[in-house]
Design a protein around this ligand. Structure first.
Ligand SMILES: Cc1ncc(C[n+]2csc(CCOP(=O)(O)OP(=O)(O)O)c2C)c(N)n1
Length: 353
């Protein structure tokens, strides 16, 4: 536990701890299911949250009318917020009834009624919209907060600094969480992340060990309460592991040594939390095993059903857009041979006036 991390014992009741364990397992087993399906040539893409599951605890401290701007490693957070296995399975297969109608990449979670805003693929691009939501909430004065998370490499993006400056300037009710797994696809970020470079103030960023589920919960509880109390933005830096490949388009054995991958296993937040619950008598080892078997079967069944759900229909590409799709402007003949993008843009604007 780092120095600036407050030591708060939550001591939640056994049923709450068990429910949290269920969410962690559902997230982990869902990831493993998707990983396996991809190997069978099913689905399109998978990006996992394995190793980042302790961030699920942030959802415990959010209210229904708060907003979440999670990123693609936040499957467990989304599960704890209420995203069902069925929705995740439909999104995995890009089905018509998924929240994006089959348009978004897997792992770019969204749900309108849960106020989960879908992460755009350029990393960090969700942070200014997150500030916009927090600004709106501040003006409404209803005490809502925004949760916004990102990876440590994304915290090198310009959007991140704009968002942090704006949030500080306006004292917005927003919690920024950097999930630091020390690697960006295959690049080691230990020396290049902004905290290591001294660009961010260590006093301001509360650092927490992501393998300790209840420690993360305590820090998130504090951070969210701070933002909700109108004291301005909170900043959390959570040290986690990336157990999986960056995505299904990658094989981390190509750039991480076998012993490094082996060592990660001792920092598994799900296994550690399960062991802690067994140790404190919340459930027995046999019950834990039965719980895992039960969830595994449920997840398997849900993905099986989703596989044969309806695909997006031809001709529906433009549904849910805010206006009619414009006609593409033909490039004027005289510019065809030497047309630069700027000319085309100017011409289009002039033609539209
Ligand atoms: C602006 C932008 N640059 C590059 C990429 C390609 N890209 C996708 S994920 C990723 C790594 C991001 O690493 P980090 O933010 O640490 O998150 P992690 O995947 O490690 O959880 C990169 C470089 C992108 N999606 N967007």
């Amino acid at each position: 536990m780092s120095q600036n991390q407050k030591s708060v014992s939550l001591d939640p009741p056994a049923d709450q701890r068990l429910n949290l364990l269920r969410s962690l397992l559902r997230s982990r087993l869902g990831d493993l299911r998707e990983q396996s399906l991809i190997r069978q040539g099913k689905g399109w893409f998978h990006i996992s949250g394995m190793g980042h599951e302790s961030l699920a605890t942030a959802a415990l401290h959010l209210e229904a009318d708060d907003y979440a701007f999670p990123y693609y490693r936040d499957r467990a957070f989304c599960v704890q917020r209420g995203l069902s296995d069925a929705e995740l399975a439909l999104a995995f297969y890009a089905k018509r009834d998924s929240s994006s109608g089959g348009r978004q990449l897997t792992g770019h979670f969204s749900n309108r009624s849960l106020n989960i805003w879908s992460h755009p693929s350029p990393v960090g691009a969700h942070l200014l919209p997150a500030c916009g939501a927090a600004w709106g909430m501040q003006m409404d004065g209803q005490g809502q907060v925004v949760f916004a998370s990102l990876g440590e490499a994304a915290s090198r993006q310009g959007d991140f600094y704009e968002a942090v400056c704006f949030a500080k300037e306006r004292q917005l009710p927003i919690v920024f969480v950097v999930e630091d797994n020390r690697i960006a696809i295959s690049t080691d970020t230990r020396r290049t992340n902004p905290l290591a470079l001294g660009v961010l103030s260590e006093d301001e960023w509360r650092r927490v060990e992501g393998v300790e589920v209840e420690a993360v919960s305590a820090v998130m509880q504090d951070a969210i309460a701070h933002a909700r109390a109108g004291k301005g933005p909170s900043f959390v830096w959570c040290d986690v592991e990336r157990f999986s490949n960056h995505s299904s388009a990658d094989d981390q054995r190509m750039y991480r040594a076998a012993d490094e991958l082996e060592a990660l296993q001792s920092r598994d937040p799900v296994a550690r939390y399960q062991a802690q619950l067994i140790e404190s008598g919340v459930l027995t080892e046999a019950e834990a095993e039965a719980l895992e078997t039960e969830i595994k079967a449920e997840v398997r069944a849900v993905y099986q059903t989703a596989e044969s759900a309806e695909d997006p229909r031809e001709g529906e590409q433009a549904s849910h857009l805010y206006g009619p799709v414009g006609e593409a402007q033909a490039v004027p003949v005289e510019l065809e041979s030497e047309c630069r993008i700027l000319d085309a843009v100017n011409r289009t604007f002039h033609a539209a006036l």
